[in-house]
Design a protein around this ligand. Structure first.
Ligand code: C5P
Length: 396
């Protein structure tokens, strides 16, 4: 079968390792080729011979034990359509979260560009330890997928969360990744995100509360669906999504140049940045001091920043252009004005103020187009991002 998928399973050293044998069988029954990588500790729980017999493949354990393929960690990572770590110990989670690569499994995890799925298994207290939870959160933020452990009796006698998930559920999650939508393959997406920062002097600036979460979620959604994504971003605290090129800028003028350089070759441009409308006309080259520079401080002159969306809207030539409208009132009517004035193909309008939209994980939005409006229910920004990419995929 030419379209057979290869699943590389990393098995780490905990009692749940025996269930990886069943996972191998589940995936094979679904028609996939399975290869196994084990840590040294995992071999204390299950003999590599078992996996060798199940997979009919060499079981990889040591970084240096393959005389034919001295860079096994790279070839294994490249062969994988999905790289699964099941069971994954707290130790391996920590290593992966921090980019450590001191054995074949962790090195392969770092080297692979395939989607990574982790099924943790450990004692409930180890699992609930904030350090482990931080490691999980950090891996999730970097696009690693998880199958949560189950609740119940653990090998150590404790009761709680920590049992390796059911192998059939892990196999379902593997297939969800294998057959994920790739409808943005070959498309170039340019996204702006976050605030801009407009200097008054070397220490002070004008900016806003934009967290960048919306734009980063859109970048992640587009990249997951196969797009080549460039994110032109103001300073934010959210981590860069895996596989996305990030161009860091501070001012609106820098954002305009970065966007302008890339706009002609993109298929879609999505402007979710909160660009400052005005900037100090002549930022001082030294800190403006109280009592010394009061006249300059009291009379900071502002000039209007370029409108990046309107500038690109005016010069678009086949690109799909999407803007955002953050409004405190008359959301739909004001959004429609922007659709026209900025020559956008869609405006995603949302209500801001009163704790809504800025910095939150949820967003309630309207999709406004010349063909009509759609009001979407409140949903996480990650889900809204997927809906925006659904719109893009339908209209390209
Ligand atoms: O005009 P307003 O700032 O409300 O428009 C919001 C939309 O325009 C957003 O998509 C924002 O990213 C974009 N914008 C821009 N350049 C500006 C101001 C806003 O691209 N200078």
């Amino acid at each position: 079968m030419t379209d057979q998928k290869t699943i590389v399973i990393g098995v780490t050293g905990c009692i749940g390792a025996y269930k990886a044998c069943e996972l191998v069988r589940c995936l094979q029954k679904r028609g996939h080729r399975v290869k196994v990588v084990m840590t040294e500790h995992a071999t204390k729980f299950v003999d590599p011979v078992t996996f060798r017999a199940l997979t009919h493949e060499k079981v990889a354990i040591d970084l240096f034990d393959d005389p034919i393929d001295p860079i096994h960690h790279i070839s294994l990572g490249q062969e994988a359509d999905v790289f699964v770590v099941a069971p994954c110990t707290a130790n391996m989670l920590a290593k992966m979260a921090h980019g450590m690569a001191d054995d074949l499994l962790s090195t392969t995890a770092l080297a692979t560009t395939a989607p990574i799925l982790v099924a943790p298994a450990m004692n409930v207290h180890m699992y609930e330890n904030p350090i482990t939870q931080d490691n999980i959160a950090s891996l999730k933020a970097r696009g690693v997928h998880f199958v949560e452990p189950g609740d119940g009796y653990l090998a150590c006698g404790d009761v709680g969360k920590g049992r390796l998930a059911d192998p059939e559920d892990i196999a379902d999650a593997v297939e969800a990744l294998l057959f994920a939508q790739r409808d943005m393959e070959g498309k170039k997406v340019l996204i702006t995100a976050g605030p801009t920062v407009e200097p008054i002097d070397p220490v002070r600036y004008i900016s806003n509360h934009s967290s960048g979460k919306m734009g980063y979620a859109i970048a992640e959604a587009a990249a997951k669906r196969g797009a080549e994504v460039t994110l032109v971003s103001g300073p934010v605290q959210v981590p860069a999504p895996a596989g996305v090129e990030v161009v860091n800028i501070l001012t609106a003028c820098d954002m305009l140049s970065a966007v302008d350089e890339r706009f002609d070759t993109c298929d879609v441009a999505i402007f979710s940045a909160a660009v400052a409308d005005k900037r100090p006309a002549a930022p001082a080259d030294h800190k403006l001091k109280k009592g010394v520079d009061d006249a300059a401080l009291d009379a900071i002159q502002l000039v209007t920043n370029p409108d990046i969306l309107a500038t690109m809207g005016a010069k678009k030539d086949g690109q799909l252009v999407i803007g955002f409208a953050a409004e405190t009132n008359d959301v739909v009517a004001n959004g429609h004005k922007k659709l026209v004035s900025k020559n956008a193909d869609m405006i995603v309008a949302n209500q801001v103020g009163g704790g809504k939209a800025f910095g939150t994980d949820d967003n309630e939005a309207w999709f406004l187009t010349a063909e009509g409006d759609a009001q979407l229910p409140a949903m996480p920004k990650t889900e809204l991002a997927d809906k925006i990419i659904d719109f893009v995929a339908e209209h390209l």
